[in-house]
Design a protein around this ligand. Structure first.
Ligand SMILES: [Fe+2]
Length: 240
């Protein structure tokens, strides 16, 4: 008797385990709207082999005026909802700071920033023009003992490989969005992300997940050639 067995789908090999950039705290920014949506996303990440998520709501003085207290209390709500849903994945929160006058003032005033794994400090900039305070910000954050991480360098119109290299030598850690590698943000971002991987200039990969669609696309990302190449770099994700 001949039996036909359906080939089992190949399990996805994901050595990354830690994702350090996402927007999963309901209604704090342009990320998820409800805890239910966040739970579905976290479930998806768990299925993909992640064991720890560091979620990073926007802090932007004219749009998202989030505070450490507000972020922490929303985190506790989501953690309780995850526990009630039987999800064991570890969840933490930091923030993604927009580089503006407010963040410089916070640094000058010595206010504690929301960081992860000690002193990793995630920031983003204007998408079009290089901010005039960029070097000042880098210098001040390093002087205060933070390790500045530039979120998604590949997405900025002003960014080039040379500029990324310069920032790296100034002490900035570069984090690309894994979705950039499959063209989610368009061709220029994809090409630059691929070049940054090839030049070994990136030290963190993040999902920057805002919604369920982006969470589902992570499975596709994991098959990508450049993503696999990036996994062979000495990524800090392995040490967080
Ligand atoms: Fe983000």
């Amino acid at each position: 008797m001949i039996s036909f067995f359906k080939a089992k789908p190949k399990p996805i090999q994901n050595p990354l385990q830690v994702d350090m950039h996402s927007h999963l705290l309901a209604a704090l920014d342009d990320g998820v709207k409800t805890h239910e949506e966040a739970i579905e996303i976290v479930r998806q990440f768990q299925q993909l082999g992640f064991t720890r998520l560091i979620t990073t709501p926007h802090i932007m003085s004219d749009t998202y005026r989030n505070t450490p207290q507000g972020i922490r209390s929303k985190l506790e709500e989501l953690k309780a909802a995850l526990a009630a849903a039987g999800i064991t994945l570890q969840l933490e929160a930091a923030a993604e700071y927009y580089l503006d006058e407010t963040v410089i003032r916070l640094l000058d005033a010595g206010k504690p920033m929301l960081t992860f794994s000690g002193n990793f400090f995630l920031f983003e900039t204007n998408f079009y023009a290089e901010p005039f305070q960029l070097n000042d910000f880098i210098f001040k954050s390093l002087t205060k003992g933070y390790k500045p991480i530039l979120a998604h360098p590949e997405r900025y119109a002003y960014m080039t490989v040379e500029k990324a290299e310069e920032l790296y030598h100034r002490g900035v850690i570069l984090q690309i969005n894994s979705l950039s590698l499959i063209g989610f943000y368009g061709k220029p971002a994809q090409k630059l992300a691929q070049k940054l991987v090839e030049q070994k200039l990136i030290h963190l990969l993040g999902s920057d997940c805002h919604n369920l669609l982006q969470a589902r696309l992570q499975a596709e990302v994991m098959q990508d050639k450049f993503y696999r190449k990036a996994l062979d770099l000495p990524l800090l994700n392995y040490k967080l």
